[in-house]
Design a protein around this ligand. Structure first.
Ligand code: LLP
Length: 463
């Protein structure tokens, strides 16, 4: 759905109060495959299913709100990334997007590695049997206990984020009689075109060590001197929900330049570079994401070219997609509670979840779309705002979208592309119970993360 200035004239049902015109889709019953997961389909009779199961049945069995994850799609996306990068590169799924033991098992089966950024994520990965050497450990302020656990477990790499951490990890590894494989995370000075809170390669922010001013070169100098560390490469993550490959290209070029400087100064060719995650997905029909093979081709071409011109052997590349793998594979299913038309403004549709199961709209002004999935409707489209049940007017799930005018309490609506950073950033605000994640595949549905209960709330409340 695109927005533009509205042609002059009286206010129309599809003009936002802010004055923009939003074109309604031609047919609200059509589910755009760009934003819905692979096995989602609407049948002739109007019912919507995922993995061969009707959503109305899923709602009955698992309740709402709930996240439904299309396992077939998740595995297919893992394979697409794996195949696109081939045997010459490694794909690390970024667990922060969404992690559970089932996910870790699927990753292993599909040949992916895993990036974790906390002791909790490490525990989940190890509990599900991910071999430690296939885990990368991130974070800008790893605690001494976290460093110890990661080194002790034997993680394949720790990504160092500060000068203090270089010393801490070296010290811990030496104390444990180990040599820890590490990468240094650098900030390459790229302005990624995304929301400020999810851009990470400009210099004025908390992550990494700046290439500018020789900081990163100094970090390499220190790391190479320490017996507890085996410096295997350089890491750069420029941000998230990015569509334009230009930022990745500049990043790759600057990282390769550092590798050349390291070779010139130390006579050492670092064997790996990691270009992070951050590839955007389609949240609405207006978004046009890149396919994994296009990304792999662009990245490997730029790295190969830059290395050739610097006289370096091409390092092994790794990437860390989170959202691009899990984001499109799930939708959140809600039941409509109230429908409130505000004359001359818009219609508010209240659902049984809200900012506690999807904080992204409030936090990043993220755009989502929504569809009526419990039935077909040929009523005219009306502009709506889908809101939750929390005590905040900013409790918005979908800011502007179209639903049929006959929408009524009891209808089921679904918000697609909520697989990444929704359950993982879910909260208990207002003592909401975090929704379950249900994996659906080939006519079978099973809970992989159960719904929180009131007993769970009271268990933590020990006063
Ligand atoms: N690697 C590193 C070092 C990262 O920090 C991240 C994300 C990723 C990989 C994966 O990025 P992805 O491919 O998923 O974009 N909560 C925000 C996103 C924060 C991302 C943090 N780091 C959101 O909901 O958009």
């Amino acid at each position: 759905m695109s927005r533009s200035a509205h042609p002059a004239g009286p206010r129309h049902a599809d003009v936002l109060p802010e004055g923009h015109y939003m074109a309604p889709p031609a047919d609200l019953n059509v589910l755009d495959p760009k934003v819905w997961s692979r096995t989602v389909a609407r049948a002739e009779d109007g019912t919507v299913s995922v993995g061969g199961i009707e959503v109305a049945r899923l709602a009955e069995e698992f309740g709402t709100p709930a996240y439904f994850l299309d396992e077939t799609d998740f595995r297919a996306r893992c394979r697409a990334w794996r195949e696109a990068f081939g045997t010459e590169a490694d794909v690390f799924y970024a667990g922060k997007a969404f992690l559970s033991r089932a996910i870790v098992r699927w990753l292993q089966e599909e040949g992916l590695n895993l990036d974790v950024c906390s002791a909790g994520e490490l525990t989940t990965a190890l509990a599900a049997g991910m071999p430690a050497e296939r885990i990368a450990y991130h974070g800008n302020n790893k605690s001494p206990e976290e460093i110890e656990r990661a080194v002790e477990a034997g993680v394949g790499r720790i990504v160092l984020d500060s000068f203090q951490e270089i010393a801490r990890v070296a010290h811990t590894a030496e104390r444990l009689g180990k040599r820890q494989r590490v990468q240094i995370r650098v900030t390459v000075g790229v302005e990624a075109h995304t929301h400020e809170f999810i851009a990470t390669a400009h210099e004025d922010q908390k992550f990494g060590i700046a290439l500018a001013g020789g900081q990163a070169a100094e970090a390499v100098r220190r790391a190479l001197k320490l017996d507890g560390l085996e410096l295997i490469g350089i890491h750069s993550h420029i941000g998230s929900q990015i569509f334009d490959m230009a930022g990745f290209e500049v990043s790759a070029r600057r990282v390769v330049r550092l590798l050349a400087e390291v070779r010139d100064e130390h006579g050492v060719e670092l064997p790996e570079i990691d270009l992070g995650g951050g590839l955007g997905i389609a949240y609405t029909s207006d978004d046009d994401p890149r396919e994994p093979h296009e990304i792999a081709k662009a990245l490997s071409e730029i790295v190969t070219r830059e290395c050739e011109s610097a006289g370096l052997a091409t390092p092994r590349i790794s990437v860390e997609p989170g959202r691009a793998i899990v984001g499109p594979t799930a939708f959140t299913l809600y039941r409509v509670g109230t429908v409130k038309p505000l004359e001359g403004l818009r219609t508010y549709v209240s659902v049984d979840g809200g900012m506690s199961d999807n904080i992204r709209t409030a936090l990043y002004d993220a755009e989502y779309t929504v569809a009526l999935v419990s039935r077909r409707s040929d009523a005219e489209p009306i502009l709506v705002r889908v809101v939750g049940k929390h005590c905040e007017s900013g409790d918005i799930v979908v800011k502007d979208a179209f639903l049929p005018a006959d929408l009524a309490p009891g209808d089921l609506i679904a918000v697609p592309a909520t697989g990444a950073y929704c359950r993982s950033m879910a909260s208990n605000y207002n003592h909401a119970l975090r929704p379950p994640v249900v994996a659906v595949k080939d006519g079978e549905a099973r809970v992989i993360v159960r719904r929180e209960t009131e007993e769970d709330l009271l268990r933590l409340d020990v006063g």
